[in-house]
Ligand binder design. Structure first.
Ligand SMILES: [Zn+2]
Ligand SMILES: [Zn+2]
Length: 128
């Protein structure tokens, strides 16, 4: 069972990496079902949760969609720019912001699971 789950995670990363735009869990499921019609939605949700937790994929909360991690970062701040024109997403390493963000919330004694910054706007191409 454990081995099967590991395969699913890499399969999901392959699907995400081959897509220009972020994908919803449903779109990922539909893609994987082309090869394996028996895959159940909970399998995908579990694998996506694990992948986001590990930082190998990021969830765009504003779109309810996923992108593969395209930065080499560890406990850092993924800064994702999302083009509302063409749907492309670029990832930047927001690591330098980490101390500042920690300082900003320090007084509230809130413990974040992590930071993900999503910026909506227009990419270079769409802005022209
Ligand atoms: Zn990342
Ligand atoms: Zn664009």
């Amino acid at each position: 069972m454990r081995k099967e789950a590991a395969i699913r995670q890499s399969d999901i990363l392959d699907v995400l990496s081959s897509s220009e735009a972020p994908m919803t869990a449903y779109q990922i499921l539909a893609e994987l079902q082309k090869d394996e019609p028996d895959i159940a939605p909970p399998t995908i949700y579990r694998a996506l949760t694990a992948l986001t937790y590990q930082g190998r994929a990021h969830k765009l909360e504003t779109l309810k969609a996923f992108v593969p991690c395209r930065c080499e970062h560890d406990n850092s701040v993924p800064l994702l720019t999302i083009c509302d024109g063409c749907g492309s997403v670029e990832e930047h390493d927001g690591g330098p912001l980490l101390p500042k963000l920690d300082a900003l919330i320090a007084s509230s004694e809130f413990i974040p699971d992590g930071y993900t910054i999503e910026l909506h706007g227009q990419c270079r191409v769409c802005a022209q």
